[in-house]
Design a protein around this ligand. Structure first.
Ligand code: KG4
Ligand code: ZN
Length: 347
């Protein structure tokens, strides 16, 4: 079974061909980052226009690289939400057109579920039940997954998402957009104990997260110390505060829920400090940790094809009149409300 996966929920035009839910035949990313970098964040109108220009060529490239013709595709999987409305609409409209023209089934995929199923591409069938931690530019969601597709919401951010905090702090430090990868790199040269930034909601017995106070603390620190501050030390100290909280909550939930498997996903799961420290912690406790390879953590079409393949195996398809849903939740009522906030800096 060959599935075409289409991802356009934010600023990445991702198209992939995945065979039998496992084998990535091609995974094309038409990067829009240079387009958005000059605005310091994603500009929704620019993103949707770029998806329109980039999507069809990306499909052609995915076929060429995957050694397949479009007529070889057995089903079309597409992200239907959550995300930016205009961006989602482009992918959903295109996926419907491909499904109709090819006379193949359409499968609508939740973007956050796709982040979780990216693990299948690297590690095979998901060992369940498990703790699931999706950390991206728009979400910080801590869940339990009891069986395929059966999620229980445990904790979420009450303000900024983890990736949003990385992006905002990078802006404060003058490091450009997106902030996660550059802070990750710079932090390796810094001292994570140089500045003691706050760890919010750590001792409060809640599974929820809060990152906006941390961002403000970094801003205040930079203002107080001035341009002479060691940026690598600040980056490393900020990152350490984020990772401390993430690890404490994820491990805490695993222990409390009696779950010995942890599934990580989302762009922030590419963070090397989070990966290394959580792996060490999990190993010392005898827990199994699955994380996708960094390239499959950030948005891509292969994870959509992967989640779509699982749905198809369960006989689930989506009618052609489906709409994009910017506010789609992983569980009704759980998850951040509304589409990801526009990240453009106010000018
Ligand atoms: O999952 P993703 O590609 O898009 C969304 O669904 O939001 O996540 C993007 C987020 C951005 O905020 C970016 O700064 C962050 O993931 N990110 C990272 C790293 N790579 C990407 N954050 C920390 N460390 C990284 N290495
Ligand atoms: Zn994402």
């Amino acid at each position: 079974m060959l599935v075409l996966g289409i991802e356009t929920s934010c600023d990445e035009t991702g198209v992939a061909l995945v065979a039998d839910g496992r084998l990535v035949r091609s995974n094309v990313l038409a990067d829009q980052q240079t387009l958005h970098a000059r605005y310091g964040g994603v500009v929704p109108e620019v993103a949707s226009r770029a998806h329109v220009d980039l999507l069809h060529p990306a499909v052609e490239q995915a076929c060429a690289l995957g050694g397949a013709r479009l007529s070889d595709v057995d089903a079309v999987a597409v992200t239907v939400g959550p995300g930016l409305a205009g961006s989602l609409l482009v992918g959903v409209a295109a996926a419907k057109a491909y499904a109709l023209a090819l006379d193949r089934p359409l499968v609508g995929v939740n973007h956050l579920v796709a982040h979780v199923y990216a693990n299948v591409l690297d590690h095979g069938d998901l060992p369940l039940p498990a703790v699931v931690f999706v950390v991206s530019g728009g979400h910080t969601s801590l869940l339990a997954m009891d069986s395929q597709g059966a999620f229980r919401g445990l904790g979420q951010t009450i303000d900024d998402a983890a990736g949003e905090a990385y992006d905002k702090v990078a802006r404060v430090l003058g490091l450009g957009y997106p902030g996660g990868p550059v802070i990750d790199r710079l932090a390796r040269e810094g001292d994570p104990a140089a500045v003691r930034f706050p760890r919010a909601l750590l001792e409060d017995g809640t599974d929820d997260f809060s990152f906006s106070g941390l961002k403000t603390a970094v801003l205040r620190h930079v203002r107080e110390t001035g341009p002479g501050a060691n940026v690598a030390d600040v980056a490393a100290s900020f990152q350490e505060a984020v990772v401390d909280v993430q690890i404490s909550k994820v491990i805490g939930v695993a222990k409390r829920e009696g779950l010995d498997t942890i599934l990580l996903g989302g762009g922030v799961a590419a963070n090397s400090r989070l990966r290394d420290r959580l792996a060490a912690e999990a190993e010392s406790l005898g827990l199994r940790l699955l994380v996708p390879s960094p390239a499959l953590c950030t948005d891509n079409g292969a994870m959509v094809a992967s989640a779509g393949s699982v749905a198809l195996e369960r006989g689930e398809t989506t009618p052609l009149d489906v709409s994009a849903d910017p506010n789609l939740h992983i569980i009704p009522g759980f998850g951040r409300r509304g589409p990801r906030r526009q990240k453009r800096r106010a000018r």
